[in-house]
Structure formats: structure tokens, C-alpha cells
Design a protein around this ligand. Structure first.
Ligand code: FAD
Ligand code: UDP
Length: 376
């Protein structure tokens, strides 16, 4: 019998939620993380009294009441609703595409019927130019879904910046479904529940890991814990799946983003948490003003400074943060082979976005842990 029931590699939402559930059942856990802090990608750094989302803007959203009740039992969530604004060469548009956007795009459009007529007219134009064939790339697909005006001002250059390739060179499936909302509703997500933990994500992580032994700055592969069987009965591994198997089937690729963060000497820089820059005029895809995730009304002005981050889509190379799995044939095939190997590992649970090489939002990660734990 080992000293710990579980050695948990990674203190992100997967590892932290797992540790919480295990501790509740009286299990003994050790959590290690190679970063100098706990929390994985939801970790926030406090700058000028503002919680700065160090690894990218995180907005919690779910329709799963069980998950929502679970996170709210750890920390209460605020009423933040994601309503990004698009800036195209200085013109401002509400997102997602809804009646506000259509009125901003076409000043003669005021009603859903007028918006539908306008969009249908432009869609028909695009369908006609295809001469009966199916859309073969992202550009053709988007034009047949929303028409040229929305495509040119809100999709084309943003998508090219994000993917580093022309829309005519990107597969159509990326934009199979572009929601067009015929109501005045700027809420980006369709989920029932949405918000940010009051006091920030670190409160959620601290709540989950309260009373659990944790060590930061420890890389599993370069530590005494690599021979985990000596100290624990089971291993919960949330690091990269290819690294666990020493890259023996090849290295998996990732897409990454990078951030330039600065303090602005004004209480309110852009008036919104998220502004997408949808033209090539700016090299970044979006600018995040972190205080708007957690400060509302007068609170914005009670905090005299603000912190903004420009977000850049960046080609991945060794040493960078692995953010998004690359869903092409090569990577999907190798990842599947690694997952098969993982299934054969005795007493090891592979979890989370690195451990599975799958993109998961936060709520599905928590749901996954609850399911995995209940089956143990
Ligand atoms: P992580 O948070 O990445 O945690 C893994 C941990 O394992 C890390 O702390 C890492 O340091 C540690 N680790 C790895 N290898 C080792 C090792 N060898 N030794 C020790 N420790 C190791 N979700 C939403 O719901 N809403 C959003 O708005 C949203 N925005 C996002 C924006 C970006 C840019 C990204 C990339 C993701 C976003 N997500 C969002 C998804 C969210 O980040 C994930 O769902 C969540 O982080 C997954 O948690 P995890 O524990 O699987 O991984
Ligand atoms: N998109 C766009 N313009 C925008 C926002 C999004 O064209 O202002 C497209 C773009 O192709 C992007 C996709 O929608 O890749 C998904 O964007 P979203 O921001 O929802 O997802 P994320 O970047 O967080 O994966």
C-alpha cells in the first residue's frame, strides 16, 4: 500500500477537481505541477488589483446544472455575460451576428424580416457563383451562409489572422454552422449558465485544493515522482500524452497564442472585456481588458488603472505553451494511437486537454472528472 492514494500530475481544473473529489472521500492525494503556481490555464495574476487571465481569457459557461451547482458550491460566480465587440477599421459591430450587428452593417435594416431579406439576397449571390457545386473552402462556405458583407468585414481577415492561412486555403468544415440570430441579443454563448468566479479563478482552484498537499515547480519527468508506484496507488496524469510515452509514436502538434500585456493609466480603456480586431490593420486578433470580467458599473472607475492584453495567433514551436490540439489527419491518427496505449497503462488515469489531446472547455472538463471519479 503506497503512501498516497493518488499522485496527481497537473493542478489545472482536471487535477484540482479530481483532488477535491478524492479528498472528500478521505483519499490522500499529492498534486504536483511544473509551473510555479497552481491552477493550470485558468490561473490569474493580480496586477493593479485586477485579475489578469495569464493564459488567455476564460469565461465559464455551461448548460449542465450539476456542473454549475458544483462550481458554485466552491465559489459564487458573478453575472458576467460575454458580449464581444468587433472592430473593423474603426467600425464597431456587436457579436455574435445578431439584429444589432445587422443594423450596424446596413442602416436600412431595422426588423428581422429586413435582415433576413438582406442576408438571403447575398447568400443567393454566393450560391449562384458556385454554379451548382458544393462550397470547397472556408470562404465559399461562409459566403453561402452569411453573404459577402458580413464575411468581408467580420470573418475573412480575422480568420486569416487566426489560422495564418487564406480563407480559400482553409477547409469548409471549420465554419459549417455560423449562428445568425434574428433577435437583439449580444450574448456570445447559448448556454443557460455563465459567469466568472467572484474574486477570480484562483479562488476556485484554492477552494478545490484546500487541504490537499501540493508542490509547484516540479516536473513529473525530472523528479523523484517519476517512479510513482513507490509512493502512490494510482497516477492521475494531466500532462501531454505524447510526452508520457516519450514521443515514441511522434510529437503531436499544437496551435498556440501569445499575449502582450500592458498597464494603461485609465480606468476604462475599451469599455468591454473582449474586442475582436477583424481586419489586417492590426496584427493581433483581439484585445482583452481584464477588469471588465469582474468589475461592473462604478467598480470600473474605483480602480484607477486597467490591464489590457493583445492576443496574437502564433505558430507553435518547442518550449511554447501547448494550447489547442491540431485537428488534422496526422495528429488525429497519432493521438488515437497514444490513447490506445494509455488505455493499457495500469492504474493510470489520463485526463484533461493535454492528457487526451482534445480541446475541452472548462465545464466539460469538470463533468469528465465527475464521471471518471464516479466509476472508480
Ligand atoms: P491545464 O489547465 O492545462 O492543466 C494542466 C496542468 O498540468 C498545467 O498546470 C501544467 O503545468 C501541468 N503539467 C503538464 N505537464 C506536467 C509535468 N510533466 N509535470 C508536472 N505538471 C505538468 N474554456 C472555457 O470554458 N471557457 C473559455 O473561455 C476558455 N478559454 C480558453 C482560452 C484559451 C487560450 C485556451 C487555451 C483554453 C481555453 N479554455 C476555455 C479551455 C480551458 O483552458 C480548459 O478547459 C482547462 O484549462 C483544462 O484544464 P486541464 O486541467 O485539462 O489543463
Ligand atoms: N470568427 C470570425 N470573426 C470573429 C470571431 C470568430 O470570423 O470576430 C470565426 C473564426 O474563423 C474563428 C471561429 O469563428 O476561428 C471561432 O471563433 P471563436 O472566437 O468563437 O473561438 P476560439 O477562437 O475561442 O476558438
Amino acid at each position: 500500500m503506497g503512501k498516497y492514494d493518488f499522485l496527481i500530475v497537473g493542478s489545472g481544473l482536471f487535477g484540482a477537481t479530481f483532488a477535491y473529489l478524492a479528498k472528500k472521500q478521505g483519499k490522500k492525494c499529492l498534486v504536483i505541477d511544473k509551473r510555479p503556481h497552481l491552477g493550470g490555464n485558468v490561473y490569474c495574476e493580480n496586477i493593479e488589483g485586477i485579475n489578469v487571465h495569464k493564459y488567455g481569457a476564460h469565461i465559464f459557461h455551461t448548460s449542465n446544472k450539476k456542473v454549475w451547482d458544483f462550481v458554485n458550491s466552491i465559489v459564487e460566480f458573478n453575472r458576467y455575460t460575454n458580449c464581444p465587440v468587433a472592430n473593423y477599421k474603426g467600425e464597431l459591430y456587436n457579436l455574435p451576428f445578431n439584429m444589432n450587428t445587422f443594423n450596424q452593417m446596413w442602416s436600412d435594416v431595422h426588423t428581422p424580416a429586413e435582415a433576413k431579406a438582406k442576408i438571403d439576397e447575398q447568400k443567393a449571390e454566393a450560391v449562384k457563383s458556385l454554379n451548382g457545386r458544393e462550397p470547397q473552402n472556408l470562404e465559399e462556405q461562409a459566403l453561402t451562409l452569411v453573404g459577402k458583407d458580413i464575411f468581408n468585414k467580420l470573418i475573412k481577415e480575422y480568420t486569416e489572422k487566426q489560422w495564418g492561412r487564406k480563407c480559400t486555403e482553409l477547409p469548409a468544415f471549420i465554419i459549417k454552422r455560423l449562428p445568425v440570430r434574428m433577435i437583439f441579443d449580444n450574448n456570445y454563448f447559448n448556454d443557460k449558465y455563465q459567469g466568472i468566479p467572484i474574486g477570480g479563478y484562483n479562488k476556485l482552484i484554492d477552494g478545490l485544493l484546500e487541504g490537499v498537499e501540493c508542490k509547484t515547480g516540479v516536473d513529473f519527468f525530472n523528479s523523484e515522482y517519476k517512479d510513482w508506484q513507490k509512493i502512490a496507488d494510482k497516477l492521475v496524469y494531466t500532462g501531454a500524452i505524447d510526452e508520457y510515452f516519450d514521443y515514441k509514436l511522434g510529437k503531436l502538434d499544437w496551435r498556440t497564442v501569445s499575449f502582450k500585456t500592458r498597464i494603461e493609466d485609465t480606468p476604462n480603456y475599451q469599455g468591454n472585456a473582449v474586442v475582436n480586431y477583424t481586419s489586417h490593420n492590426e496584427p493581433y486578433t483581439r484585445v482583452i481588458e481584464h477588469k471588465h470580467f469582474e468589475m461592473f458599473g462604478q467598480e470600473v472607475y474605483d480602480c484607477p488603472k486597467t490591464v489590457v492584453s493583445e492576443e496574437y495567433s502564433t505558430e507553435y514551436s518547442d518550449g511554447m505553451e501547448p494550447y489547442y490540439p491540431v485537428n488534422d489527419d496526422r495528429n488525429n491518427t497519432i493521438a488515437e494511437e497514444y490513447r490506445k496505449l494509455a488505455e493499457k497503462e495500469k492504474n493510470v488515469i489520463f485526463g484533461g486537454r493535454l492528457g487526451q489531446y482534445k480541446y475541452y472547455d472548462m465545464a466539460p472538463v469538470i463533468e469528465q472528472v465527475i464521471n471518471v471519479y464516479s466509476k472508480l
